[in-house]
Design a protein around this ligand. Sequence first.
Ligand code: NAP
Ligand code: GLV
Length: 309
Amino acid sequence: MRILLHDLTVEPEPWLAHLRQAFPQADIAQWQPGAAPADYALVWAPPQQLIDEQPQLKALFHIAAGVDALLQLRLPPGVPLFRLDDAGMAVQMAEYVCQAVIRHFRELPALEQDSRAGRWQQRKPRRRQDCAVGVMGLGVLGRRVLQALSAFEFPLRGWSRTPQRIEGVATWAGPEGLSEFLASTRVLVNLLPLTPETENLLNRRTLGQLQPGGYLINVARGRHLVEEDLLALLDSGHLAGATLDVFRQEPLPPEHAFWREPRITLTPHTSARTLREESLGQIVAKIRALEAGSAPERLGGLVRAHVGY
Ligand code: NAP
Ligand code: GLV
């Protein structure tokens, strides 16, 4: 068996060592142009050349949850494509989103300012019923986030492409359910995949339908958000603030207006990191299952390229 690794974002040696330990008989190498044909490839943002040179792959593993960048390439027909299916990201996303919701709800930025200024100033308690949290995207991450948020008793809403039922969460689906979902939400969490249908979905029209004093938490992809529309809605006072982990251009350029907007909290695409042990544990288990004859459809994380995620 031959396995190739191509990921520009990770130190390759520990990944290669983990794979060599899992498959001692296999030939495991970092991809180079012209590499010999392999059975499996683990990739992140690979060049088209890798895909074109390896049409015989038994499976391609994308070392991330979102596959938008990979689906821009011409992929070999019939090669199953797997993405990371949680792999330790869901709990990280749950802790990040809960802290962002609670930080906003409990007015922590203002309290921190008071503390730095030496001011002892209590604030009027906010009503939990007035802080409905709506999650766009009810997949692996969105569901885990809602499960974690349920501990804090906020009214919970959810929106997905196909109808989903989640206990304790009011749900809507499809373009026909979007306006009602937004109108019932004050804090909006975006956990959609980036597809032609979801690109630029967070814009003046949709964010303008959130309840007044709304708040945006974007932890999916930067291209979901029309950035100047967010600034306009903050200026008009319709939105109270935002926590953003992802941006149209990453790293966020130093001259970008978001750096200077105090109502925006930003982090460098860090809400749910790829964890080596968890990711490789999942990929190794899938390679073993495929080698033992499992159908790809029986394994989690199989990407449906025709729906875009
Ligand atoms: P997932 O399991 O594939 O879930 C996707 C959800 O989005 C599903 O509920 C799906 O609806 C819904 N959806 C897709 N297209 C839609 C549309 N046009 N309208 C309405 N709903 C739509 O994905 P995941 O593992 O939860 O990950 C979600 C995204 O998070 C990834 O694609 C990635 O971009 C992002 N992410 C970000 C970070 C970070 O560090 N910031 C880390 C990991 C992932 P159905 O239920 O009907 O299929
Ligand atoms: C990170 O953004 C991922 O998609 O895994």
